[in-house]
Design a protein around this ligand. Structure first.
Ligand code: PMP
Length: 404
């Protein structure tokens, strides 16, 4: 059992006030707040351990390198990767997708080939593939979903063919909360010898992910959504692909030898890490992963699921409420519209009442189109949220409804 009041005490921002009201932070799918161990790690990194990694012979550089490489191993254990060399640090999920879209595309894709994505992808798991398709004169195919917000796997399998080069799919939808059966999606693709890229941005903060059990070829997430620092992300990629794939960016660190007539590239994972990495951020990410794993991913998941049930029941009871996303397996996100009130107005008024939610298209315009709306309000939960905060959200919505 999680001790929520103790946990809340470890996140200093949660005791801040907005407009003189206690902050109710329900925008966790956009970014999560940071606990003291992560904040301290960042502060100590700059105060005591700062030196550039990999290149220095001096003491500080060596300790910084050790901390950075041990953070990589920490991430590897978190995802259960077979080896730390399969873990590449990026700037976030977005950069991880762009890396694979470019490097996989350069290495394996030709005119007439196809990439399969789903209708519920975040723009960052659509646009890089579209760019690849434009560069290489390829086609993008889209897995449809049913009205509950679940991917239609029978339709999915029909999309796969001899020209399909890769399937790119989200583990958890940032709008609907749908948990996609990625294990099954991967198994189906593998029957056709097609690799799968999984966008884990909304999954990793909420449940245990095991890339080997899933047999994912690529898996990406962002540090800032899992209580770590911003501007940092992870790409897991199977060695068999990553070894063959051409580098994404050129520069320092990613080379073996540079000559004007020919440059050779470094081994994994450095081949994909041009330039100075965010070595302070990576150690803070390791602290964040220690933090969530000490709480227990199972405990986090159980608590958040109960809170999600409560949130959905309370919201559904409000007159004029329409909730988007009724998947059987759903996680920590509730998107909705209240009567005829524009989501933007709902969000602004909620803010004035101290409740932080997100409104808009949530970087998922094709999904909005499928739902027949242009925008919605999204409340997204973390283990530090409470039933009292959900009550505050509902009371605020009740007030807003009466105002209109
Ligand atoms: N994919 C999903 C499902 C997301 O929710 C997000 C963030 N909203 C991203 C990708 C992009 O993450 P980042 O902006 O951290 O790169």
């Amino acid at each position: 059992m999680l001790e929520i009041s103790k946990i809340r005490g470890e996140f200093p921002i949660l005791s801040e006030k907005v407009y003189d009201r206690p902050l109710v932070y329900l925008d966790n799918a956009a970014t999560t707040q940071k606990p003291w161990p992560v904040i301290r790690c960042l502060e100590e990194g700059y105060r005591r351990h700062n030196a550039n990694v990999h290149r220095g012979v001096h003491f500080l550089s060596q300790t910084a390198t050790e901390a950075h490489e041990s953070a990589r191993s920490r991430v590897g254990r978190f995802l259960n990767a077979a080896s730390a060399e399969e873990i590449v640090f990026t700037r976030g999920t977005t950069e991880s997708v762009n890396l694979v879209a470019f490097s996989f595309g350069e290495t394996y894709c030709r005119e007439g080939d196809e990439i399969v994505v789903s209708v519920m992808e975040h723009h960052s798991n659509i646009v890089p593939w579209q760019m690849l398709c434009e560069r290489r004169k390829m086609r993008l195919k889209v897995i449809p979903m049913n009205d509950r917000g679940e991917l239609q796997l029978d339709e999915y399998e029909k999309l796969l063919g001899p020209r399909t080069r890769l399937v790119a799919v989200t583990h958890v939808s940032n709008v609907l909360g749908t948990v996609n059966p990625v294990g099954e999606i991967i198994a189906i693709a593998h029957r056709h010898q097609i690799p799968v890229f999984v966008d884990g941005a909304q999954a990793v903060p909420h449940r245990k992910v095991d890339v080997q059990a899933l047999d994912a070829d690529f898996y990406a997430f962002s540090a800032h959504k899992v209580y770590g620092p911003t501007g940092l992300g992870v790409l897991y990629g199977k060695k068999k692909w990553m070894d063959e794939m051409l580098p994404y960016q050129g520069g320092g660190e990613m080379i073996e030898q540079v000559r004007f007539d020919k440059t050779t590239y470094n081994v994994l994972p450095f081949k994909f890490e041009a330039g100075t990495p965010d070595f302070i951020g990576t150690t803070a990410l390791a602290a964040a992963l220690d933090y969530v794993e000490t709480l227990g991913m199972g405990e986090i998941s159980d608590y958040e699921n109960q809170l999600l049930q409560y949130t959905q029941e309370r919201l559904a009871a409000l007159p004029g409420m329409k909730i988007y996303g009724q998947a059987a397996d759903k996680e920590s996100v509730v998107s909705f519209r209240l009567g005829g009130i524009h989501p933007y107005d709902t969000g602004l008024l909620l803010d004035k009442l101290g409740v932080a939610v997100r409104t808009g298209h949530h970087c998922a315009q094709p999904l909005m189109e499928r739902l027949g709306i242009d925008s919605c309000v999204r409340a997204s939960l973390s283990f530090y949220n409470t039933r009292e905060e959900i009550d505050a959200l509902c009371a605020a919505l009740e007030r807003i409804r009466k105002m209109f």
